[in-house]
Structure formats: C-alpha cells, structure tokens
Design a protein around this ligand. Structure first.
Ligand code: GLU
Length: 299
C-alpha cells in the first residue's frame, strides 16, 4: 500500500530538544537514517510515498502541494506572528509532520485559516486537504467528515479577568460567557448552563478582547487554548476551575477516506518520540498537560 523510505524525523529549530533515532524503513512516523536537518525543513520529508485508495492523497499529488486548514490566533497551538509571518504551535507542527510524512516540505504547504464554524464545510468542499486546529472529534462531525487521531486530549475551561470572582463553571449564573460559533464549547454552555448568557464570535481572540475590555465576564473553550491566552497577558487574565469536558483532538479529513486516516494514524502511533518533541517545543513550558493518546477507530 505504501512504500516510504524516509519519514519525518524532527529536525527543527530547537535542536537541543531533538530525539532522533536510527534508521528503519517502511512505516510512517519513522525517523530519518541520519537524523540530520534537511535544508532547514522542520521535518525530514519522506520520499517515494505511495498511498493507494486515498482521494485526498490523489488530489495532493495532482496539485503538487498540501492545503492545510489551521487556526492562526491561538498561541501555542496555531498562531501566525503578524510581524514575522511565522506560523507556530503544536497543531501547526502536527500539520507539518503529516505533510512531511506525505512527502511535502514547508514550501509545498499552503496554510488556510479557517474558523471553528466553517471547518466541516471546508473539508466537504475540498478547500483543504486536512484540518489541524483544536478540532474535537464528535459524533455530529463524524456524520460529515472523518477524523484521524486523536492526537491530543484536553478539556473545556474558563478564562476570566485576574480580579474576577468567578472560580469555576458553577459561578456562571447571570454571567456573560463568550466563545466561538460552531464550537463544542459554546454548545456546552447553551446546553448545560442556561443560567449564563452567551456571546459568540468567529474566533477566541475576539472573545479575549471582549474580556479585556469588560464586555464579557468569561471566555470558555479548551483549557489548552485558554492557557495560551493567559500566558500572553498573565497580569490581567487567569484560567480558573476544573475542566468540565473531554475534548479529543482529531485531524479532520474528507469523509470516508479511510486510507488517509489509516496512514495518519500509523504515523501517530509509530511517531511517539516526534510527538513528544512537538509537544515539548510548543506546549511543554506552558503548563498544558500532555500525554500522547492512543489513536482509536473513530473515523
Ligand atoms: N475543541 C473545541 C471544538 O472543536 C473547541 C475549540 C475550537 O473551536 O476549535 O469545537
């Protein structure tokens, strides 16, 4: 089904953190034989990749590039530095790792920022080849698309002003809580906490602005996202309370492309050392807890 000789060893930026191992062959997620950086590529790019029975891989091959949906306003996860134009984050590096494993390096990746509410439709339309951006695997979404993964697990939390009396999800009565349209986060507040009022925007960064200017009392979404915002402004923002959901992040792909899902899942399963390095490079110092989850059969 596939014949990939060299795969995705991490050769990034922070060389000191690298864990590169010896050579072997044939499976996604393996590291390069030398482990040496290749032309400043963040990941060693596979060669001779064949993947039969995947409409997504066929489309990528025809286009000669990979189009990836991401977030770009979530520090630590999916972030575009407006000054340098550099994209960073755990999700962005997972997306790069997938691309490298498919045989595509940085110059052959086109990133598209797509907000939470538009993810399924972008995948259905074929606007993107896959999506990596704090995207929870849910049954409702599985009706429309498929997921590889999970590659990360977090839970819903609350971000409030440093001097807020809100200590957790039980303190939301009469409070105005902001989250992103189309997210599991906004839906959970509507379903389980009708005592709160809600405000919605396309992105969480808009909610954070509203929180800072006192227009809303809290921002709610996955704790991994909120920790990134709090870290940018620790004087004024804090994450409070226990998480109150389980969010299993998957890589969204065209529905029914099981060959593609299986390929990515094998990469994740075999690439534990690479996953760990990506985690440490992006979230290790942040306080976000992380252990690589086992991939499962959710497709
Ligand atoms: N993980 C949740 C979701 O997929 C919230 C974060 C997001 O909107 O990306 O809906």
């Amino acid at each position: 089904m596939r014949k990939s000789r060299i795969i995705a060893g991490l050769a990034v930026a922070s060389a000191a953190a690298l864990v590169l191992m010896g050579c072997s062959s044939g499976t996604p997620g393996e590291t390069a034989s030398s482990g040496a950086p290749v032309d400043a590529e963040p990941f060693v790019v596979s060669t001779d990749v064949t993947l039969t029975g995947s409409p997504t891989f066929d489309r990528i091959t025809k286009a000669g590039k990979v189009v990836v949906g991401v977030k770009e306003d979530q520090p630590g996860l999916g972030y575009l530095d407006p000054t340098t134009g550099e994209r960073t984050g755990f999700d962005v590096d997972i997306a790069r790792w997938v691309a490298a494993t498919l045989g595509y390096g940085e110059k052959d990746i086109e990133f598209k920022a797509i907000p939470s509410a538009n993810r399924e439709q972008s995948i259905i339309n074929g606007d993107i080849d896959y999506y990596v951006g704090t995207y929870s695997i849910t049954d409702k979404r599985l009706d429309q698309i498929s997921f590889a993964g999970p590659y990360f697990i977090t839970g819903q939390g609350l971000l409030v002003a440093a001097d807020s009396p809100i200590k957790g999800v039980d303190d939301l009565a009469g409070k105005n809580v902001c989250s992103a349209t189309g997210s599991t986060s906004i839906q959970r507040i509507k379903d389980d906490h009708p005592e709160a009022t809600t405000t919605e925007f396309d992105t969480y960064s808009q909610c954070v602005e509203q929180l800072k200017s006192g227009q809303v009392d809290a921002v709610t979404t996955d704790e991994a996202i909120l920790i990134g915002y709090a870290a940018q402004d620790p004087k004024n923002l804090k994450v409070v309370g226990d998480v109150f959901s389980e969010e299993r992040y998957g890589i969204g792909v065209q529905k029914g492309d099981t060959a593609f899902v299986d390929y990515i899942n094998t990469m994740l399963t075999d690439g534990g050392a690479i996953w760990e390095t990506i985690f440490q490079n992006n979230l290790g110092a942040s306080g976000v807890k992380g252990v690589q989850p086992k991939v499962d059969a959710a497709k």
